[in-house]
Write a new protein. Structure first.
Lengths: 685, 298
């Protein structure tokens, strides 16, 4: 209750979503680590917050995706996710053994599997239940269910490995009833998709009260705050009570060997005044508006990663600080970070409300920030997806891309660039060998440029061409698109738009067009040209410098009529006029890609003079001509590097002087490497 | 051992031609392989202002840009060209090592020795390849076994330690095989052995039977190579590559480093010859003759 009051006390923006629980769960569950099962009983309290009469219920049974090879998830993933394969001997499933209205009708026989997305009759990840009577607008329904969840060997977020258990999407979870017009929907209905290989999740906000019984030696972490722990010595079990208000999910982990560490995020210590002032100025807010609360950080670490505890806390603090300063204070009291063991990497890199999984390696190099970035990224999902609960099935870029965009800024700010790690006998030789810096923004662009270009950025997650296209569009291309939008609007405007979006839509379910509306409102600009091409479309952006000429103006030869009836003259030789030379200069700029965007062009002359031009980019090319006493020295399209989406920066510029130094350097280095390769080859034979 | 190494070092002066031919061959083949790549880079970045920024700091996004939009059909051709260049180097190494060992052993001039031992050394290279593949395959198989053994483990460090040890073992095996086949070449030059199998097994057996006396000098010369690399890299880090002069100085320095590396190779072969004579019992009927004033003569 205190937490709910705290949430409601957060500054309310005009038009902001009012936080109210729609689907709340009270769950009693017992984990049997030998059978890998969870026996569960839950009471779902659902409020029909729509103007519709609802005659059915639809539930996700996500664990049935791991039941057999015929599930939609398995077919779409070939039994693999993020490079980790399913264990053919340890499948997972969930059986709903009973369902009834509280104090009312038995619904068990009314359950039937449905496949709203692909008509795969073998997929059992969605059930529909016909209600004896429709629930009217504002009506409240309580449904009691009993179920058994069998955890698979972990490879796709949820499951077990050894004594480690991570239960995600483990209980029957209600879909989202969307009224007509909600998120652009034509007709009212349930939004309850099957579990696909490339999809994640979507649910209403609610209050969770979960009782977990596990063997007493197990260390447990979960969503929310631990309210009590009762040990039953006779049964050798421990029963935990966790509570959390206004979240969309509940996950937990249990393992006997976890090292449980706690620290407090103290804003007085962790947020330098200068940083708060800097962000306040950027956002146009008072510093007091950026006050952050204390947050309890719990890290469940594997014993062999003990030495990395401070790294994990540092990453959490970076996330809490910067997400909080930029968008708004993290509203919950706790955040739990789980470090899965070796062999359970499939459980890593995932987010649940107030509960995230990271993952690191033994002897992780200090210059390799992958695990740190994972923690910052997964914490970032507390904002994009847990607090702004977008539909990950239908609009994956709204959480992954937004999180990737923000996380990259934080990593560049807090950590600086990564380097490819190289150690020899414990000595870090990365800097000495001058291994290249890997700036986080540059790596986003690497992903964007290297990914397939076959889909619109915004698509239903299972409708991308393949997994690589999903990953590129949802993550890196989305992040580069947002960064481009930032460059187009300016850092200040973008920062204010993002904060407004968060404050208006936390505890809500916005769509891509809702985000566009916020950005247009804050910037005062119509941005259909940007969103239609780069978010809802697939237009390639590529400007290039075309022909560049500087031709000295010479006296023309030939026969010339006299002026005003004067004598006709003939010139057959060019004479030195003694005047300084003049040049006819022309520059062509070409639009090679399909995307049309206004762009600035700088033309620099050898006498230091510069011309600026603005081109609307509508036609395929434009030509600028000048008559000047100097040649063109260089030309730069998009000098401010606004369009990070441009697939080629190299052709955005031209200079008269060839890049002899660069090519000599690169050519010499390449020849040297090849010489060494050949000498090694010769040595072996 | 120190005495042998010192004598061998002095004796490398007999094979100056081999040194410069090795350098010339490696350079020519490297330039051949690099040319299409540099041509592509020139087309893509030759008049772009971006190249200036890239000389100061490598940008992986720029590299990806070039790969996706600047390379065209080059990668396929490059793979074929690189494979051809590597094969050419194998053949050239067979010739050059024959010529070098012949000069070092006083068995004739560089060109004569190269021609005389070319086919034998080429067969030996194929035979060595079988040994390398076998060694690497065995280690890879063992690594697979490690993965299977530790598949249920919740800790990374045991398998990481074992696999690191296996990697080190693989490197050691490759190195021992390489040294063994250097001694196989010595057998072919000094004894006149024609069979690659006989020479190969003889060389490997010799190294394994006299591990300390054969591998210690080789390790010492390899250590000298590591120190040389250390000096090179430290010097390389001094420059910032903004000016053409520093770039050209670096290129010159890189070539000097390469020549010294090749000289270390000659020193190693010279040491192998001396150790073979000193250690093998019964002694080779074609024991190393006293140095003759061959120098660079044919």
């Amino acid at each position: 209750m205190r937490a709910a009051a705290a949430l409601l006390a957060l500054p309310m923006l005009a038009g902001a979503v009012e936080p109210k629980p729609v689907a709340s769960y009270e769950i009693r569950a017992q984990l049997d680590p030998t059978q890998r099962t969870i026996q569960g009983a839950q009471t779902l309290t659902w409020v029909n917050d729509s103007p519709d009469r609802v005659a059915t219920l639809q539930f996700h049974l996500y664990l049935n995706a791991f039941k057999n090879e015929k599930s939609t998830f398995f077919r779409g993933s070939d039994g693999e996710l993020r490079g980790i394969g399913a264990d053919q001997k340890n499948w997972g499933y969930i059986d709903v053994t009973s369902m009834r209205l509280a104090g009312g009708a038995d619904l068990t026989s009314r359950m039937r599997f449905i496949q709203p997305d692909d008509r795969n009759a073998d997929d059992q990840t969605v059930i529909e239940v016909a209600l004896p009577a429709a629930v009217g607008p504002g009506g409240l329904l309580r449904v009691e269910m009993e179920f058994v969840s069998k955890l698979p060997k972990v490879y796709a977020r949820t499951g077990f490995h050894g004594t480690f258990h991570l239960a995600g999407q483990w209980f029957p979870k209600l879909g989202v009833w969307e009224t007509a017009g909600f998120r652009g929907r034509a007709e009212a209905g349930w939004n309850c998709h099957q579990f696909h290989a490339n999809s994640e999740f979507y649910a209403n906000f609610g209050n969770y009260r979960v009782t977990l019984t596990v063997p007493r030696e197990y260390v447990v972490g979960a969503t929310g705050e631990e309210k009590s722990r009762v040990v039953d010595e006779k049964a050798r079990t421990a029963t935990y009570l966790f509570e959390q208000e206004m979240v969309t999910d509940f996950a937990f982990t249990a393992q006997p060997g976890f090292i449980r560490l706690e620290q407090e995020f103290d804003p007085e210590r962790e947020v330098p005044r200068a940083e708060r002032a800097e962000v306040a100025q950027l956002l146009g807010l008072e510093e007091s508006a950026l006050a952050l609360p204390r947050t309890r950080m719990i890290v469940l670490l594997q014993p062999e990663h003990r030495g990395q505890a401070e790294r994990q806390f540092r990453a959490l603090k970076a996330g809490i600080k910067w997400y909080g300063l930029m968008y708004g204070a993290y509203p919950h009291r706790t955040i739990t970070l789980v470090d899965p063991p070796h062999g359970a990497e499939g459980a890593g890199g995932m987010e649940y409300p107030t509960f995230i999984t990271g993952g690191t390696g033994w002897r992780e190099a200090a210059t390799n920030f992958f695990s740190d970035e994972t923690v910052v990224h997964e914490f970032g999902h507390q904002y994009f997806k847990e607090l702004i609960a977008t539909n990950e099935f239908e609009e994956p870029w709204l959480d992954e891309g937004f999180t990737q965009y923000t996380t990259t800024k934080i990593m560049d700010r807090e950590y600086g660039p990564s380097r490819i790690p190289f150690t020899l006998f414990g000595v870090n030789l990365t800097k000495w060998l001058r291994l290249p810096l890997l700036r986080h923004w540059s790596m986003n662009r690497v992903g964007y440029l290297g990914g397939p270009v076959v889909d619109d950025l915004q698509r239903f997650s299972w409708e991308y061409y393949d997994g690589a296209s999903y990953a590129n569009n949802a993550y890196t291309r989305a992040a580069v698109t947002l960064r481009t939008l930032e460059r187009v609007l300016g850092l200040e405007v973008m920062a204010r738009a993002m904060r407004t979006y968060f404050e208006r839509w936390r505890f809500g379910h916005p769509s891509s067009r809702d985000f566009q509306a916020v950005v247009e409102e804050v910037s005062g600009r119509k941005l259909d040209w940007f969103f239609d091409q780069f978010v809802f479309g697939n237009r390639l952006l590529d400007y290039r410098v075309g022909q560049v000429e500087s031709r000295e103006v010479e006296e023309a030869l030939g026969v010339f009529d006299g002026v005003e009836g004067g004598e006709r003259t003939t010139r057959t030789e060019r004479m030195d006029s003694g005047r300084p030379p003049q040049y006819e200069c022309s520059v062509s700029i070409r639009r090679v890609g399909d995307a049309q965007a206004p762009v600035r062009v700088t033309i620099h002359f050898s006498d230091g003079h510069e011309e600026q031009r603005e081109w609307d980019g509508q036609y395929r090319w434009v030509r600028y001509t000048f008559l000047r006493p100097a040649r063109i020295e260089w030309v730069q399209v998009d000098p401010d590097l606004q369009y990070l989406l441009d697939v080629s920066f190299a052709n955005n510029s031209w200079q008269a002087e060839p890049q002899t130094k660069a090519l000599t350097h690169w050519g010499g280095t390449l020849v040297f490497w090849l010489q060494n390769l050949l000498v090694w080859t010769g040595a072996l034979v | 051992m120190i005495g042998i190494l010192l004598e061998a070092r002095i004796q490398t002066g007999r094979a100056k031609r081999a040194l410069w031919v090795m350098w010339a061959v490696a350079t020519a083949l490297a330039v051949l392989a690099a040319a299409p790549v540099v041509a592509s880079l020139s087309r893509y970045f030759g008049h772009s202002r971006m190249a200036t920024r890239l000389t100061l700091e490598f940008d992986p996004a720029a590299a990806m840009e070039w790969i996706r939009h600047g390379l065209g059909e080059l990668p396929v051709a490059m793979m074929a060209l690189l494979a051809g260049v590597v094969l050419a180097m194998v053949a050239a190494s067979a010739f050059v090592s024959g010529g070098a060992l012949a000069q070092l052993a006083g068995r004739g001039g560089f060109w004569q020795g190269g021609g005389q031992f070319f086919w034998r050394f080429l067969r030996l290279a194929v035979f060595a390849g079988i040994f390398y593949m076998t060694a690497v395959s065995l280690v890879a198989w063992a690594a697979g076994g490690v993965d299977h053994w530790f598949r249920g483990s919740m800790e990374e460090w045991p398998s990481a330690v074992v696999k690191t040890s296996l990697d080190a073992l693989a490197l050691l095996l490759v190195w021992v095989i390489a040294v063994g086949f250097d001694y196989a070449k010595v057998r072919m030059v000094v004894d006149g052995t024609r069979s690659a199998a006989v020479a190969g097994f003889a060389g490997l057996g010799f190294v394994l039977r006299h591990a300390w006396r054969t591998l210690a000098p080789a390790a010492f010369i390899a250590l000298c190579g590591a120190v040389l690399f250390g000096f090179y890299q430290t010097a390389y880090n001094v420059f910032d590559y903004r000016g053409l002069r520093t770039i050209l100085i670096t290129i010159a320095g890189q070539q000097l480093y390469l020549v010294l590396r090749l000289w270390l190779r000659l020193w190693h072969w010279s040491a192998c010859l001396r150790i073979d004579v000193a250690v093998r019992r019964p002694a080779s009927p074609w024991a190393l003759a006293e140095p003759e004033p061959y120098g660079d003569n044919i």
